[in-house]
Design a protein around this ligand. Structure first.
Ligand SMILES: C[S@@+](CC[C@H](N)C(=O)[O-])C[C@H]1O[C@@H](n2cnc3c(N)ncnc32)[C@H](O)[C@@H]1O
Length: 307
């Protein structure tokens, strides 16, 4: 990885190749190296934009949670379609934002001139200079960071942060929950969760949200704060704010179910495609069923590098 000050390098062709599976486009390099099993096509970019809007609703439009009045350098790990990075770049025009992603396919055009996108594998040690960034952001990376990589990923983040700099982590725990006892193992939503987690559980830790706090503390971060926020799959709540989030998340959740699981279930668990489609159709219906009150636990964690 290079810093924005260094010269732009030609993108290696190996990162550009895509393969088509059941009508979705995947990055061949990612699939071959078990880095990410999510599509990289326009539909996925649109889905990530939509999901970003849901996060904005959840976080009341706040992009940066720790108290950093004027960030100078920000790193976004796994920027995806770049919505978060673009909005941070627009909100802080004097800040340099670097986004790193293994896939260049979803990068939006015409990004602000204080934003740079790089292609690299975050499972490899960071090559950014030490003590460099005011904030490192990592959101929805559970299906990309290798299970065994998490402790050194957090240590790398800490190394590249300036003393007193902050890390901000956001992860969904993909085990669908309901607090009213109506969701059982017979529901397609639970089958989706179990099979998705099993399908890539050998390489990825989809429970990482629940461990973020411990990881930051183990890495020696200070002022660690962690919260679990229920992310409703539809507008089932009687509380206005949670109902609005559920309404906003309905379409996003509907799209998330097939997008995340198509490759893992059909290619890694060898589920026939028609069976996969039935599972998704049923899970989508259940996600919109208000009486199930289904939600994903969303974990948010921040921590500060000691001065
Ligand atoms: C679910 S998307 C999240 C995108 C963005 N953080 C957001 O919240 O909208 C995960 C992104 O991380 C990228 N990714 C996954 N594993 C990666 C890795 N090991 N190195 C670099 N990028 C990775 C994927 O290509 C994808 O764009």
């Amino acid at each position: 990885m290079t810093s924005p000050d260094s010269q732009t390098e030609e993108l290696d062709e190996k990162y550009r190749h895509t393969i088509s599976i059941h009508g979705r486009e995947y990055q061949k390099y990612s699939i071959d190296n078990e880095i990410s099993f999510q599509p990289v096509d326009d539909d996925e970019a649109d889905r990530l934009d939509l999901q970003h809007d849901v996060f904005n609703e959840v976080f009341d439009g706040r992009l940066i949670f720790p108290p950093i009045p004027q960030p100078r350098r920000v790193l976004d790990c796994g920027h995806g379609a770049g919505s978060w990075a673009v909005e941070v770049a627009e909100q802080y025009p004097r800040c340099e934002i670097t986004g790193v992603d293994i896939s260049p396919h979803m990068n939006s055009d015409g990004v602000p001139e204080n934003l740079w996108f790089q292609v690299d594998d975050l499972n490899r040690p960071f090559t950014f200079p030490s003590n460099h960034f005011d904030l490192v952001h990592s959101r929805m990376m559970a299906a990309g960071i290798n299970r065994s990589r998490w402790p050194s990923y957090i240590r790398d983040i800490k190394r590249v942060l300036k003393p007193g700099g902050w890390v901000q982590l956001v992860e969904i725990y993909f085990n669908v929950q309901s607090d009213n006892g109506s969701l059982t193992e017979k529901h397609a939503l639970r089958k989706w969760s179990t099979q998705f987690m099993r399908s890539i559980g050998d390489v990825k830790d989809l429970r990482i949200g629940t461990r973020l706090r411990d990881l930051l503390l183990a890495a020696g971060m200070e002022e660690v704060e962690s919260r679990m926020i229920p992310l409703p799959l539809s507008a089932w709540s009687s509380e206005a704010k949670i109902r609005d989030i559920g309404a906003a998340n309905r379409e996003s959740a509907r799209q998330l179910l097939p997008a995340l699981a198509l490759y893992p279930l059909t290619q890694r668990l060898h589920m026939p495609h028609d069976q996969f489609q039935q599972l998704i159709d049923q899970a989508q219906k259940e996600a919109s069923n208000l009486s199930l009150k289904a939600y994903f636990p969303l974990y948010v964690c921040i921590g500060r590098k000691p001065l």
